[in-house]
Design a binder for this molecule. Structure first.
Ligand code: ZN
Length: 408
């Protein structure tokens, strides 16, 4: 389906720096080292409610990854899905009396507008699950032919006993896995399963639910295998980064990695599994089920989207943090300061600042460090009514745009 529009990204002078990034499965920061084409898949939204700050935090983190790769001269191939048919979407549609397709379409459109406003570069392929159900069913049939699945009352499960790498993405022990599996859409207690952690690949048609014809019968795919199929078809195995919020580490990315392994025989399915932290409000993680959400569209009514972006940049992507309105005020002040500084006729050395910002971002996306460097430059420029480098203000505008996505 339609992605959203991209802004032009300025080319920066000087030497770029290879990005080092935290890989959850390795438990450490490593150099990302992609080929000429850098391939990234980020799990998309389930469109039953507006984009909240937690979503924005995730897509923003991977936008920085893409910007660092672009700066280093890579062609960035980025794919994202939208889980446009799933239980929470169907439940919300039933509660509100809106057709599920209409609800999904409306919320995806709002999401596109939010992403554009925040200047998050669009994926090359933005794929709705409903567009690829037939292909997902084919891959499930392929998994069945490999003997790693079984059927239970018409539904198809992946057998965790046939997933030799299971656990290598999250590193979690079984008690933790069982708890998270139950919390995040799994069905550990369903009678007839061989192992409580076996996960659903295909859900046979239930009365009143949408279903598609397939060689597996009428039904719809499970959540994890959708992303595996879309990533595999667009990026191929061994792609560079699989991304999402830290609540996707398990079971979503764990199960997807084992599916990819079973389908391709290659391990790892993605070279990096990278995760953004959770955003809280009033002491609790922001989530639809709790209802403690700060919507991006709401913030946009009162604030410059660049200030919203600066709130995100002020936190390291892996950190869990809590939103308070004071963060917005602080970001507005920072934006005004930076804009005043780049309006001066000159400033302190711009190329030194560019090198410093690159160095901070290359270090596992240390965006707070990058902001501090620009703060220092702007403070110096304002204190002296400019500076010796006449080209610095234009360069600072370009670097804020290209590396941080902030238009000054
Ligand atoms: Zn996913």
């Amino acid at each position: 389906m339609r992605s959203w529009s991209a802004q032009n990204v300025p080319q920066l002078p000087g030497e770029s720096i290879p990005l080092r990034l935290y890989d959850t499965s390795a438990g450490q920061v490593r150099q990302s080292d992609p080929g000429p084409t850098a391939r990234m898949y980020v799990c998309g939204i389930t469109p039953y409610d507006a984009t909240h700050l937690g979503h924005a935090n995730t897509y923003h983190a991977f936008d920085l990854v893409g910007r660092m790769w672009r700066d280093a001269g890579h062609d960035v191939h980025y794919t994202q899905n939208a889980t446009d048919v799933d239980d929470p979407l169907l439940e919300r549609a039933a509660q509100t009396g809106i057709a599920w397709q209409e609800l999904a379409e409306r919320e995806i459109e709002l999401f596109r507008g939010d992403m554009e406003a925040l200047r998050i570069l669009p994926p090359r392929e933005y794929v709705g699950v409903t567009e690829v159900v037939g292909r997902v069913a084919e891959l499930i049939a392929k998994l069945s032919a490999k003997g790693v699945t079984y059927e239970l009352d018409g539904d198809v499960y992946f057998s965790v006993a046939d997933a030799p790498k299971f656990g290598q993405v999250s590193g979690y022990g079984e008690p933790e896995m069982l708890e998270l599996f139950a919390e995040r859409g799994g069905d550990p207690d369903r009678p007839g399963k061989r192992n409580p952690l076996d996960w659903l690949l295909w859900r046979a048609e239930r009365p009143g639910e949408p279903a598609w014809d397939s060689p597996l019968g009428r039904g719809r795919p499970g959540w994890h295998v959708e992303c595996t199929a879309i990533a595999l078809d667009n990026l191929g195995p061994g792609y560079d980064v699989a991304g999402g919020g830290s609540d996707l580490i398990f079971p979503h990315h764990e199960c997807g990695a084992s599916e990819g392994h079973a389908l391709t025989g290659e391990w790892p399915f993605a070279r990096f599994y990278t995760h953004a932290g959770m955003v809280a409000l009033d002491g609790e993680k922001m989530s639809k089920s709790r209802g403690n959400l700060v919507f991006v569209s709401r913030l946009r009514q009162e604030h410059d989207p660049m200030a919203i972006r600066l709130v995100l940049l002020a936190h390291h992507y892996r950190a869990d943090w809590e939103y308070v309105p004071e963060l917005m005020a602080e970001a507005e002040r920072r934006l005004a300061t930076w804009r005043s500084a780049v309006a001066l006729p000159g400033g302190p050395a711009g190329e030194e600042l560019l090198a410093r910002v690159r160095e901070r971002l290359a270090d596992d996306l240390d965006s707070p460090g990058a902001l501090a460097a620009i703060d220092a430059w702007a403070g110096d420029a304002l204190a002296h009514g400019g500076g010796p480098d006449a080209s610095a203000p234009a360069l600072v505008r370009s670097l804020a745009d290209a590396l941080l996505g902030v238009a000054l």
